[in-house]
Design a protein around this ligand. Structure first.
Ligand SMILES: CC(C)(COP(=O)(O)OP(=O)(O)OC[C@H]1O[C@@H](n2cnc3c(N)ncnc32)[C@H](O)[C@@H]1OP(=O)(O)O)[C@@H](O)C(=O)NCCC(=O)NCCS
Length: 100
C-alpha cells in the first residue's frame, strides 16, 4: 500500500499572486490509492483551464509516485467540478457516507 503523503500543487499569475491549488493525497483513497483534494481556482481566474491543468499535474505526480488510479470526491450539486472531472475521463462511482 502507498505510504501516506500529501503533495500540494499551486499556480500563480505573473505577479506571483496565487490563482489555484490542488492537494494530491497519496495513500488516502478507499483502497490506499491517491485522492485529489482541495481543488480551488480563484474566482477571477476560472474557465481559463487552470483547474484542468492542476488535475493533470496532480495525475502526473501520482503516476510518478507509482499510483495506478486517482479518486476525487465532489458535492453532487457542484456542477463545475462534476463537469471538469467528467471532461477529463473520470467515471462517477456512488459512495454512501454519514457524518458522525
Ligand atoms: C471547479 C473549479 C476548480 C474549476 O476550475 P476552472 O479553472 O474554472 O476549470 P477549467 O477552466 O480548467 O475548466 C475545465 C472544464 O471544466 C468544466 N467546467 C469548469 N467550470 C464550469 C462551469 N462553471 N460550468 C460548467 N462546466 C464547467 C468545463 O468542461 C471546462 O472545460 P471548457 O472550459 O473547455 O468547457 C472551480 O470552479 C472552483 O474552484 N470552484 C470552487 C471550488 C470547488 O468547487 N472545487 C472542487 C472541489 S471537488
Amino acid at each position: 500500500m502507498q505510504e501516506k503523503k500529501d503533495i500540494c500543487i499551486g499556480e500563480s499569475d505573473a505577479q506571483f499572486a496565487p490563482t489555484g491549488l490542488i492537494v494530491l493525497s497519496l495513500g488516502a483513497g478507499l483502497h490506499g490509492e491517491a485522492l485529489l483534494q482541495s481543488l480551488l481556482v480563484d474566482s477571477q481566474h476560472r474557465r481559463q483551464g487552470i483547474g484542468r491543468r492542476l488535475v493533470r499535474r496532480a495525475e502526473k505526480a501520482a503516476k510518478e509516485a507509482g499510483v495506478s488510479s486517482v479518486h476525487a470526491v465532489t458535492d453532487p450539486e457542484n456542477e463545475p467540478a462534476k463537469a471538469l472531472f467528467a471532461s477529463m475521463g473520470y467515471k462517477l462511482m456512488l459512495l454512501w457516507s454519514k457524518g458522525l
